[in-house]
Design a protein around this ligand. Structure first.
Ligand code: NAG
Ligand code: NAG
Ligand code: NAG
Ligand code: NAG
Ligand code: NAG
Length: 318
């Protein structure tokens, strides 16, 4: 009897399973390898590292038939391999070798994507870059590199400051029993971005909490440090792209920063116990310096246009 019921169940369900043809699970070893290749590419300027990947994989299509979409600071570029070297159809910082002083990556094994921030304090080209890398779980090839590349003149930019404050913070693994769900981590990041539109949104503020925007830091190193220092209202923060790593309680959002003319933007949130602990931002400015804003003292001097934001924004040591 049991077998008959089982057979009936299988007969009823298997066509559905076949029709859905679930995508293969993400190979996180390859996701990490692909992310290393991206870092190698930025440190050497050599695009071929992205196409030789993965080495000797029988399932991958031939390099000549694949290309990678590169989104950088709101522009769409295409990376194509050629017989001798890879080709990019417009200029990009990706082909400029950068000395990497700091690298921080998170890995999303559900979506098969990673997010990496790179800091270069090299005087010849200081840069802070955030990139979501998307791997096709079927072909094991990089399908999309979505990045924000910032340098001198971008929002509160100071690569030395970014390096200094990043190294003081703990973004390490969270013990499994204390990990938040993907939904909780994502909701915390979304709530923060939603207060730019509406002050009534409930944000799970943590205490202490610190914001690192460009190279400017709000933390004073006290247990009372807060991230609830005001934002530029009231704007949508559209076109959000998420990469989530629950093992470290982090969500990466790339988006259009509504408060400053839909500037290409990266927000990275560290969530602990459901509450915001650290917030790192990079904002690309078409109009330099600082997207046309005058920043408070320590962020470039002067004041910003929005009164509430100016009044409530405080900086470390100011
Ligand atoms: C992931 O890819 C690596 C390299 O190709 C391979 O050795 C490994 O078996 C794969 N892991 C899984 C779980 O398929
Ligand atoms: C880039 O491509 C996306 C679709 O992937 C499109 O929505 C967007 O408008 C394009 N951006 C530019 C600047 O062409
Ligand atoms: C690069 O190629 C893509 C795809 O063909 C196209 O959408 C994009 O506009 C091109 N970008 C430039 C800067 O030529
Ligand atoms: C950049 O940050 C470093 C480290 O916090 C600081 O010493 C330096 O004064 C900052 N530079 C500017 C131009 O604000
Ligand atoms: C933190 O806040 C509490 C309560 O408001 C206050 O008593 C304490 O002095 C504050 N600590 C610091 C380091 O600011």
């Amino acid at each position: 009897m049991f077998l008959i019921i089982l057979a009936t169940l299988l007969a009823a369900t298997s066509p559905v399973v076949l029709a859905q043809s679930p995508s293969p699970a993400c190979n996180t070893t390859l996701l990490r390898l692909a992310t290393d290749r991206y870092v190698a590419t930025q440190s050497t300027g050599s695009l071929s590292y992205l196409f030789d990947f993965p080495p000797l994989s029988p399932s991958s299509s031939s390099p000549s038939s694949s290309f990678i979409t590169l989104k950088e600071n709101g522009r769409n570029l295409t990376l194509s391999p050629s017989s001798s070297s890879a080709f990019l159809n417009s200029s990009s910082l990706l082909t400029t070798p950068l000395r990497i002083d700091h690298r921080h990556s998170i890995y999303d094994s559900i979506q098969c994507a990673s997010f990496t921030s790179l800091v270069s304090t090299s005087p010849s080209y200081p840069a802070v870059i955030g990139a979501q890398l998307w791997l096709d779980p079927s072909t094991h090839r990089i399908s999309l590199l979505d990045r924000i590349a910032t340098t001198t003149g971008d929002w509160a930019f100071n690569a030395t400051g970014t390096l200094y404050y990043s190294l003081r913070e703990n973004w390490g693994p969270i013990p499994p029993a204390q990990q938040d769900s993907r939904e909780t981590i994502k909701a915390a990041g979304d709530a923060y971005l939603d207060i730019f539109k509406s002050a009534t949104v409930q944000v799970p503020w943590g205490t202490p909490c610190a914001r690192l925007e460009g190279g400017a830091y709000t933390g004073r190193g006290t247990p009372n440090d807060t991230c609830n220092l005001g934002v530029i209202q009231s704007y949508d923060m559209p076109n959000r792209r998420y990469v989530i790593d629950e093992s470290v309680g982090v969500v990466s959002l790339l988006l259009e920063f509504g408060s400053i003319g839909n500037a290409p933007d990266s927000h990275l949130f560290r969530v602990e116990g459901g509450r915001l602990r650290f917030i790192h931002t990079m904002t690309y400015c078409e109009t330099k310096p600082n997207c046309g804003f005058t920043l408070p003292g320590g962020m470039g001097g002067g004041t910003v246009g929005k009164r509430t934001w100016r009044r409530r924004w405080r900086l470390n040591g100011q």
